[in-house]
Design a protein around this ligand. Structure first.
Ligand code: BV8
Ligand code: ZN
Length: 248
């Protein structure tokens, strides 16, 4: 771990890519683990524009159910360790696939939320964003036809399957210019996020994977540490702080 910490410390630009596994120890279900969300729900019934057009009430109920779980969750040591990394390193960027807002609650600021944020609603017509931290807004309307001031239908401000990723160019650019990429808690199955480690690798970056299990990314990683992100990341950051202290 000390050698990895030295490598991080000597890197010019560290990018961290996270997936649902980084929030697992906060009690938030992942998607593809044995008790994951996609085992209980069909993605095409819930996380696509057609699903919303077909049955907005069902989709809203699913998102409100997830929002209530997340409202009662807190960041875990993995989130705090990543926020600490950002404060410790000169040049750092977090790219997350998660929509649960926990990285921001833990203090991460240099962050790209590739798949949006579950605590925002967006107008399907004019794109106006509403803060949904406290509940579906505007309050008092029935869930299935939450309307914007312009009369357009509101939807959760997350990226559904088949939808383009608003900040993907910035994510591609960071991945192709970093010299160290930390990939934490992702199954590496959803594109285009899953391509980011390959882009970084091609650009010569050192790829460190932290995951409970092997993933398709394990073969491209320079090093993989198998275990819980909430245990491994604080140890890595602790080692980094020690290395930084004695750095001349
Ligand atoms: C697009 C937001 C084009 C919503 C999400 C066929 C082949 C290849 C690609 C495709 C294909 N058919 C369609 C596609 C494209 C599709 C895609 O990739 N599908 C896959 C599933 C086959 N992608 C898209 O549609 C994307 N858009 O391509 O648009 C386009 C371009 C221009 C113009 C128009 C269109 C949009 C993708 C975004 C979808 N939205 N979420 C919501 O959350 O409600 S995706 C969803 O999956 C989440 O965001 C999640 O983050 C993401 C990835 O999953 P993971 O984060 O990796 O989570 P997972 O459960 O899979 O894994 C958890 C991991 O953690 C595991 O490895 C586990 O071992 C580990 N773990 C668990 N506990 C711990 C741990 N690790 C460490 N510590 C622990 N404690
Ligand atoms: Zn509107």
């Amino acid at each position: 771990m000390e050698n990895l910490a030295k490598k991080v410390s000597n890197s010019k630009f560290v990018v961290t890519l996270t997936g649902a596994g980084v929030s697992a120890e906060s009690g938030i279900s992942t998607f593809r683990d044995k008790d994951g969300l996609w085992k209980t729900y069909r993605v095409d019934e819930l996380a696509t524009p057609n699903a919303f057009a077909r049955n907005p009430k069902l989709v809203w109920e699913w998102y409100e159910w997830r929002r209530n779980i997340i409202r009662n969750a807190s960041p875990n040591p993995a989130h705090y360790a990543i926020a600490k990394l950002e404060r410790t390193l000169q040049n750092f960027l977090l790219i997350t696939q998660n929509v649960d807002n926990l990285h921001k609650v833990a203090g991460s600021e240099k962050i790209i939320e590739l798949h949006g944020n579950i605590f925002k609603n967006k107008c399907s017509r004019c794109g106006k964003i509403y803060d949904a931290t406290k509940g579906p807004v505007p309050l008092g309307q029935s869930l299935e036809n939450l309307q914007c001031d312009c009369g357009g239908l509101l939807r959760p401000d997350v990226v559904w399957f088949g939808e383009s990723i608003p900040h993907i160019e910035a994510a591609f650019n960071a991945s192709s210019t970093c010299d160290f990429m930390l990939v934490v808690g992702t199954s590496g199955t959803v594109e285009p996020a899953a391509s980011l480690p390959y882009i970084a690798k091609r650009a010569g970056a050192f790829i460190l994977e932290i995951n409970l299990n092997e993933t398709p990314l394990t073969q491209v990683a320079d090093y993989s540490i198998f275990g819980k992100a909430g245990e491994i990341l604080p140890t890595l950051v602790q080692n980094l702080l020690t290395v930084q202290k004695f750095k001349v």
